[in-house]
Design a protein around this ligand. Structure first.
Ligand code: SME
Length: 150
């Protein structure tokens, strides 16, 4: 699937609404791109990130991450996307899955505040390029109202 096709599918999901928008968005991302090995949404609760919907081969032990810790916490603290080409080279990295080689974390902001983030792990090194970043930042904008109201 192309990024544009995925955006159309995600747009339909968001416009349809309902209780499962975030899970459906996660499922589309995971199922549409081979390199997106594990896809999750963390939601901001106070000073923590709490794991929401996710899809992948395994559950993560990191269901609550303090803002500021790990790559997830860094992206939440700054509001900027983090792209890590080689997780073994990043001292901030909190390991979840032995197979993970690269990671992207994209903050989801609503009304100027970070309310959540996408965390995507890949089993391929340097799997996330500028096109993935631009695509996922658009997806974050699309789903942001659904993160803020949870
Ligand atoms: N690797 C993340 C932790 C979350 S797991 O990848 C699902 C981090 O360094 O913040």
């Amino acid at each position: 699937m192309t990024h544009d096709e995925a955006l159309e599918a995600l747009d339909r999901i968001v416009n349809r609404g309902g209780d499962d928008v975030l899970q459906e968005a996660v499922d589309v991302l995971h199922d549409s791109f081979d390199d997106y090995s594990w896809v999750g949404i963390y939601l901001v609760e106070g000073d923590d990130l709490v794991l929401g919907p996710w899809k992948g081969p395994e559950a993560t032990e990191h269901v609550r991450i303090p803002v500021g810790q790990g790559i997830c916490g860094a992206a939440a603290a700054t509001g900027r996307t983090e792209v890590v080409d080689d997780v073994d080279d990043d001292s901030r990295y909190l390991a979840c899955f032995p197979s993970t080689r690269s990671e992207i974390v994209v903050p989801i902001a609503y009304e100027g505040r970070v309310v959540g983030e996408f965390d995507i792990d890949s089993d391929r090194p340097a799997a996330f390029g500028d096109d993935d970043r631009a695509f996922l930042e658009r997806v974050a904008l699309l789903v942001s109202p659904h993160c803020a109201t949870r």
